[in-house]
Design a protein around this ligand. Structure first.
Ligand code: RB5
Length: 143
């Protein structure tokens, strides 16, 4: 994987899958900054999403957010200027979100996909680079 530093966060619904994905990313050689949550106690996804998204912009790095469906995290993360977050349940969306949209936050749902799918989605999303070219103009328009 090209990126060596990544931020990760979840709410209570995503906590267990976050722990699995964090371990996977570390095994793949990445430095992982885990912003929480650290227990299964009920937590508000907008709080974690905002914290992760702000740090991703400040550090110009990518991040992964996990909640029950991935939807709430994605909506919340996209409120932060500079964030292009995608919620994915398949590798094709993950790949093209990088190639064409230069997504910098990947969201998925622990109640939607299993751990093997989540690992495959992370891997392709982290390994795929933005194509630029005609897509640069379009992502610039998002700002
Ligand atoms: C929590 O129950 C759930 O609503 C949250 O994890 C997420 O799926 C929201 O989009």
């Amino acid at each position: 994987m090209k990126d060596k530093y990544i931020i990760i966060g979840s709410d209570h619904a995503g906590f267990e899958l976050k722990e699995i994905i964090k371990k996977y990313l570390i095994e793949e050689g990445l430095e992982v900054h885990d912003i929480g949550v650290y227990t299964k106690e009920s937590a508000d996804y907008p709080v974690i999403a905002k914290q992760v998204a702000k740090e991703a912009v400040e550090k110009s790095c990518r991040a992964i957010l996990i909640c029950g469906t991935g939807v709430g995290m994605c909506i919340a993360a996209n409120k932060v200027k500079g964030i292009r977050a995608v919620v994915c349940s398949d590798t094709t969306s993950a790949k093209y979100s990088r190639l064409h949209n230069n997504t910098n936050i990947l969201c998925f749902g622990a109640r939607i996909i299993g751990e093997n799918s989540a690992k495959d989605i992370c891997k392709i999303w982290l390994e795929t680079e933005f194509e630029g070219g005609r897509h640069q103009k379009r992502t610039d328009m998002l700002e």
